[in-house]
Design a protein around this ligand. Structure first.
Ligand code: GRF
Length: 203
């Protein structure tokens, strides 16, 4: 029998990308089990989404300094023996205290193309840049997180997203979210079946 692939998902909010992963694992589109969903915010709606699938949820508030928090978080996540740790709207920059425990296993989703708009409000900043004639399109990326670089690291997948002349921030955001749900699911599917050679990417 094939080895069970173990996923842990870290979230901070709505969890629509988590929902895409939950559905894909449930239907078998992704051949993996989500063993736990962890949030740094108790009000994160994604926790409710996980509960509907009877997946254990953990709220892990930051009560200590960053280094201690990341070390404790890493120890907690390690108890699940994850193959992959998916950051799906996780709003805390992980330090090496966490990352050194999971080389080539931490995957982040960011609503911008590589090198563009790192950090928060990437969709709004892309919209403004479009209005100012600086860009014609934006996009989504999924990447490995080897170090503390923000929304930076070996790229696993990208998808461009058009910005239309009559877009509002809301209509662009809707198109971005639809695109990221599909790209995240497809990228995790490929990782799980070994279609992406992560070690080659990170060398
Ligand atoms: C997504 O746009 C993701 O790319 C960004 O935060 C947002 C999270 O959305 N990092 P959700 O919580 O998955 O709905």
């Amino acid at each position: 029998m094939a080895k069970e692939v173990r996923l842990i998902v870290l979230i901070s909010g709505n969890g629509s990308n988590l929902q895409a992963l939950l559905s894909a694992c449930d239907t078998g589109q992704i051949s993996a089990n989500i063993l736990g969903v962890l949030s740094n915010r108790s009000e994160a709606y994604g926790l409710r989404r996980a509960e509907k699938y009877n997946i254990p949820t953990i709220v892990f508030h930051r009560l200590t300094n960053r280094a201690d928090y990341d070390e404790d978080l890493g120890n907690l996540v390690a108890t699940f023996k994850p193959d992959w740790i998916i950051l799906a709207g996780w709003m805390h920059i992980l330090s090496m205290k966490f990352l050194e425990k999971f080389p080539n296993k931490v995957v982040n989703l960011h609503p911008a193309l590589p090198g563009q708009f790192p950090g928060t409000k990437a969709i709004e900043r892309a919209y403004t840049a479009y209005q100012q004639g600086q860009i014609e399109q934006t996009g989504i990326m999924v990447h490995l997180v080897p170090d503390e670089g923000v929304d930076d690291g070996p790229v696993l997948a990208t998808q461009t997203v058009p910005i239309l002349p009559d877009d509002s921030v809301a209509s662009l955001a809707e198109r971005m979210h639809q695109t990221e749900h599909a790209l995240l699911v497809e990228t995790v599917r490929k990782l799980v079946v070994g279609e992406i050679d992560v070690k080659a990417l990170s060398n």
